[in-house]
Ligand binder design. Structure first.
Ligand SMILES: C[S@@+](CC[C@H](N)C(=O)[O-])C[C@H]1O[C@@H](n2cnc3c(N)ncnc32)[C@H](O)[C@@H]1O
Length: 230
């Protein structure tokens, strides 16, 4: 359909170019262990299938694969999935299936999954399409299934937004060797689609999720939601 949102075009240049993908793990420094433990506390075990949307280079997928039956790693970036496949082969992990697709295009040809996970990917979609992505994540999840959603989501009031973003930018590391420098955070604010926590919470409700727990960074930039599909 000509009016469909182009997920690949908005996937973030840094996820589509080889040098940036090669540098991603060192820069992002993702520790997947706490989230896998959180999922285990919600019941994730060797009987279960987990779908990771926007799986990237697979930090969570590789760790979750050790404790569940299968992980389906969905990502629009072929290069990110190549990195994930390479790491899985190096680590001898054989129960991850990669799907080169987006939130809006992934076709799930299997029984509904038990768990869905997504970290720092939903903000690549504008809000209307975030709603559709949440709806589609609900469609691939069993009733009672768990969604753990993490993203950059602004916890500010409308009036506090500018000051909150300025404070975040001022705290950015000076170089890419130490993380995401200020100009990259500015790009995020300017051209990606982080929404407000109080809007995302309505979106989650309207797409059939109950929020069971939530966590917010002191900066007002990062949020996590543990949700159960109604
Ligand atoms: C910041 S990275 C996060 C990767 C991983 N979840 C992590 O926490 O390290 C964002 C990922 O989302 C993917 N992505 C962007 N837009 C997407 C979309 N519409 N559907 C699926 N994946 C998407 C990118 O290719 C990239 O791999």
């Amino acid at each position: 359909m000509s009016w469909m949102f182009d997920e690949h075009a908005h996937a973030g240049l840094e996820h589509l170019t080889a040098a940036d993908v090669d540098a991603y793990d060192a820069k992002a420094q993702v520790d997947p262990v706490p989230d896998v433990q959180l999922l285990q506390q919600r019941g994730l075990s060797h009987r279960h299938v987990l779908i990771d949307f926007g799986a990237g280079t697979g930090a969570l997928a590789l760790q979750a694969a050790l404790v569940c039956h299968q992980v389906i790693a969905v990502d629009v970036s072929p290069l990110m999935l190549t990195a994930l496949r390479r790491k899985a082969a190096e680590q001898g992990v054989t129960n991850i299936k990669c799907a080169e697709a987006g939130f809006l295009t992934y076709q799930h040809r299997a029984p509904p999954a038990d768990f869905v996970y997504s970290r720092n990917a939903l903000h690549h979609l504008p809000e209307v399409w975030q709603v559709q992505a949440l709806r589609r994540m609900g469609e691939v999840l069993k009733p009672g299934g768990v969604l753990l959603l993490r993203d950059l989501v602004y916890g500010f009031t409308p009036a506090d937004t500018e000051a909150g973003i300025q404070t975040w930018l001022q705290a950015a590391p000076l170089s890419a060797a130490q993380g995401f420098p200020k100009h990259e955070l500015e790009t995020h604010v300017r051209s990606e689609f982080s929404t407000y926590t109080w809007l995302l919470e309505v979106m989650l409700d309207r797409t059939g999720f109950n929020i069971e727990a939530s966590e917010f960074s002191a900066s007002g930039i990062f949020a996590a939601y543990v949700c159960r599909k109604r």
